[in-house]
Design a protein around this ligand. Structure first.
Ligand SMILES: [Fe+2]
Length: 435
């Protein structure tokens, strides 16, 4: 596979030993859509995933191709979300995924070559029930102005404590927020959530990371350094575009190195749109990843920027839904709303995109969320992002906006209902401590 070249202008089929797709119009982009836990700081790895895209593909032609794949390979996954079709196949070359988007008559075909878990072996739905509820937490971080090595206006950290007493962590925070004091308090908070003694290990059943920016990766990298021997990390899920497409923050490689060194048996899944899997009683549905923003035809929206390469997903647990928009921007919003109806974004809790900096009015209107989780400081919203906060007031009501700066919100979910308790914010500006 040495023939792979970064985002090659492509006019021929590039996947060896995979039946050629001969319908529609092949797009010239043969996109490097990144690797997994491998390190790709310097250049693309031999393990990078690549994607062919075809336009003007009829649904029947796509179905015919799926039949061909089914006759040759084992199908590990299929899903349909509002007419969008998603498949995964196990091939000798690696996981081969196909996505069909009827709105654009678009077929995306991706070959993964990274160390990637079969999606059937990734999640789990059988477990011992330790708790009769689920907890969703928006952990309080310190948000101020963006002054490198002093304070930041980004970062987000969400936690699920599941019925089996394991933990899902979504992203983390930036180094300025990951002070020694906060890391220690965070660890004590996880212990309280799981009612775990000093001598017992916590199980982190999943770290899911939305994109390769430091305000989403620093905190977890540091948590591993400080407390990594006190928890088991069972699973990691992300889909980062190639470092050469959009430069990853340095802590991405540090987090990967620490994960592979300390948890050699960790299961990694290169997530993509359409994926659905259970982590105990939480059901995770991936709606979009970096692959979905690669240009369609002459559309200019190619790899707009890292924030638009975020993974966007829904989590349903204990009858309560949450949508995580990560740092998505308005061009990504338009793509998502081209692919899905507004109803897909309806939820109880909506994470506001990009720390309240980006404005996604159509998704915010569609979500009809009871509460919004805003990973930002109230003061920043009122003084710097007035248009967004006014829209949030209009859509959700001021009292339904939960700022991550104000408090750590512990949201107990049970049987479709929820109750919220708060712990005061205790973060400070950066303490100069090591990552
Ligand atoms: Fe961010």
């Amino acid at each position: 596979m040495a023939k792979y070249i970064q985002n090659l202008d492509c006019s021929k089929w590039m996947f060896d030993n995979i039946p050629e797709f001969r319908k529609g119009k092949m797009m010239k982009e043969f996109a490097d859509v990144g690797c997994g836990l491998e390190l790709d700081m310097g250049s693309p790895t031999e393990k990078d995933s690549y994607m062919h895209s075809f336009l003007s593909v009829e649904k029947e032609d796509f179905a015919e191709y799926i039949k061909t794949l089914e006759s040759k390979f084992e199908k590990s996954f299929e899903n349909e979300i509002e007419g969008n079709l998603f498949y995964r196949f196990v091939t000798p070359e690696g996981n081969f995924s196909t996505v069909y988007r009827p709105k654009y008559k678009l077929a995306r075909l991706v070959l993964d070559r990274c160390k990637n878990t079969d999606i059937r072996q990734f999640g789990y739905s059988e477990y011992d029930e330790i708790n009769d509820n689920t907890i969703l937490s928006q952990y309080s971080l310190h948000y101020s102005h963006m002054i490198r090595w002093y304070s930041t206006d980004c970062g987000m950290n969400y936690i699920y404590r599941l019925r089996d007493n394991s933990i899902i962590i979504i992203d983390g925070g930036e180094i300025e927020q990951a002070t020694d004091k906060v890391i220690k308090e965070y660890w004590e908070y996880l212990r309280r959530l799981t009612n775990t003694k000093e001598s017992e290990k916590i199980t982190i059943s999943l770290w899911i990371c939305t994109h390769a920016h430091n305000d989403h990766t620093d905190f977890f990298a540091k948590l591993i350094r400080v407390y990594g021997d006190k928890f088991n990390l069972e699973r990691v899920a992300f889909s980062f575009t190639a470092n050469m497409n959009m430069q990853h923050s340095p802590s991405v490689a540090i987090a990967k190195q620490r994960i592979t060194a300390l948890y050699p048996d960790v299961k990694y899944l290169k997530i993509r749109a359409g994926d659905e899997f259970d982590i105990a009683n939480a059901k995770i549905t991936i709606l979009g990843v970096n692959e979905d923003i690669v240009a369609i035809g002459d559309d200019e929206r190619t790899f707009c920027w890292m924030n638009d390469a975020s993974s966007v997903f829904r989590i349903e647990a204990d009858g309560v839904s949450a949508v995580f928009l990560a740092d998505a921007g308005d061009s990504y919003e338009r793509i998502l709303l081209d692919y899905y109806s507004p109803d897909i974004f309806r939820c109880n809790f909506l994470q506001i995109a990009h720390h309240g900096i980006n404005y996604l009015p159509y998704i915010y209107a569609a979500a009809k969320a009871d509460k919004v989780l805003l990973p930002q400081a109230r003061l920043n919203m009122i003084t710097r992002f007035q248009d967004v906060i006014e829209d949030l007031y209009k859509n959700f009501g001021e009292k339904n906006i939960i700022y991550a700066y104000d408090v750590t919100s512990t949201i107990k979910l049970k049987g479709g209902d929820y109750s919220i308790t708060a712990l005061p914010h205790s973060g400070t500006v950066y303490d100069g401590s090591e990552l």
